[in-house]
Every structure is written in C-alpha cells, then in structure tokens.
Design a binder for this molecule. Structure first.
Ligand SMILES: C[S@@+](CC[C@H](N)C(=O)[O-])C[C@H]1O[C@@H](n2cnc3c(N)ncnc32)[C@H](O)[C@@H]1O
Length: 210
C-alpha cells in the first residue's frame, strides 16, 4: 500500500512556541463562534466529522503525538475545514497556560490513555486538578463529554466527578453523541472502532458546569 505523503497546512497547525500568554480564540480562528476543545485528538476522526456537521463552531484539537498530529493536520487541511485548529502540545499545560477563563463551550475527551499501572495513574488526564482548570475555562453551563473503554479509569472519572457534584460545581447530564457516531457506536473515533472489534464495552460520562 502506498504511503500517504502528509502535508502541513499552516492555517491549521498552531506552533506552540509562538504562543504567548492567553490565546484570543477570535484571532486564532479568524472568526467568532462557540469554541470546543478535543483533548487527545488522535487521528482526527471525531474532529473531521464534528467540524463538518457544526461549521459555525470553532474546534481546537490538542494532540502531543507527532505522528497523529501530522496525520490530522493533513486530514483537516485536505478537506479545507477552516473551523479547526490543531496544536501539538501537552493538553494539561496548554489549558493551564493559554486558555482564557470562561472562553470554552465544551471539552471532548475520548478514550484517553488509561495508564493502567497503579504507579502511573497520576498521569491520567482526568484528575481533580485538570477538572478544576477545565471548569475555569468553561463558560456558564459549559460541558465536558467523555468516553473510555477502561473500567478503572471510568471509576476514577466517576470519583473525581462525584466530588465536584458534591461541591455543587457540576451536574451529570446525558452524553452528547457526536455527529460521526455510526450505528452501534457511541462516539465514532478510531479507538472506539478498534475496541468494538475486540468486543470491549465503552463507558461515558458528561458533566455540565453549575
Ligand atoms: C488512546 S488515544 C485516543 C485517540 C482518539 N481520541 C480516539 O478515540 O481515537 C489517546 C490520545 O491522546 C493523546 N494524549 C494523551 N495525553 C495527552 C496530553 N496530555 N496532551 C495531548 N494529547 C495527549 C495521545 O497521544 C493519543 O493520541
């Protein structure tokens, strides 16, 4: 099979080192509109389908693996989806340093790396610390839509979310099924498709800022 030659599209890819301080999303996207961030966008399957379905929404994908990042920039650029931007960086650092408080309508976190070994659990993205930061970034009634195949990680998500529910910071709402989800799918990402073939179930959790 021929290897696809990946192209960079400077209008899509944001260079982390050029960012200073808090990002102005209207400048970043060259337009105004709702802003949604996907953390760990992988091969970009969610972003492609969702950006096509919601062309008035601005989507920012954050992906730290160079291979997946380049692949997704190429996919978005080829399709001319001008409501998507991609950045290759660590999502936790990015939202802590560059995302404005109250600037985001929603976060998407699909099949995040589970870090199954106990001494690696602190590397999991969905932690109390990152939830607190995401809640600051969200607009009133903003949401966080999540799915995982990993039961242990799901239990951690429920535990962390439960504390925020008790503190009156969030409420649990129904999962927002993405536009690209096909029959039998919940999300419609590459990892979900891989896990479905292996017969692994997925768990979802969606939180809304109170
Ligand atoms: C298991 S894959 C899931 C990809 C995609 N969401 C899907 O469902 O097909 C997790 C992705 O998150 C990326 N990732 C993990 N931690 C990250 C972080 N802190 N910042 C940015 N990307 C991260 C990984 O490189 C990987 O591509």
């Amino acid at each position: 099979m021929a290897t696809r030659v990946l192209q960079d599209y400077p209008s899509v890819s944001i260079q982390d080192q050029t960012l200073e301080g808090i990002v102005d999303f209207e400048v970043l996207f060259g337009r105004s509109g709702p802003v949604e961030i996907e953390i760990g966008s992988g091969r970009g399957t969610f972003l492609v389908a969702q950006a096509q379905a919601f062309d008035q929404t601005c989507f920012l994908g954050i992906e730290w693996a160079r291979k997946f990042y380049r692949y997704t920039v190429d996919r978005i650029g080829r399709r001319g989806l001008n409501n998507v931007r991609l950045i290759r960086t660590d999502a936790a650092q990015f939202i802590a340093a560059h995302v404005p408080d109250g600037g985001v309508d929603g976060f998407h976190l699909y099949f995040p790396d589970p870090w199954p070994k106990k001494y690696h659990h602190r590397r999991r993205f969905f932690s109390s610390e990152n939830l607190a930061r995401m809640l600051c970034c969200l607009k009133p009634a903003g949401w966080i839509n999540m799915a995982t195949d990993h039961q242990g990680y799901f239990e951690q998500m429920q535990h962390v979310a439960g504390q925020a529910v008790e503190a009156g910071q969030v409420q649990i709402i129904p999962f927002r099924r993405p536009a690209g989800a096909q029959d039998g799918e919940i999300v419609g990402t590459n990892y979900e498709r891989k896990y479905l073939k292996e017969g692994r179930p997925s768990y979802t959790l969606t939180l809304q800022k109170q």
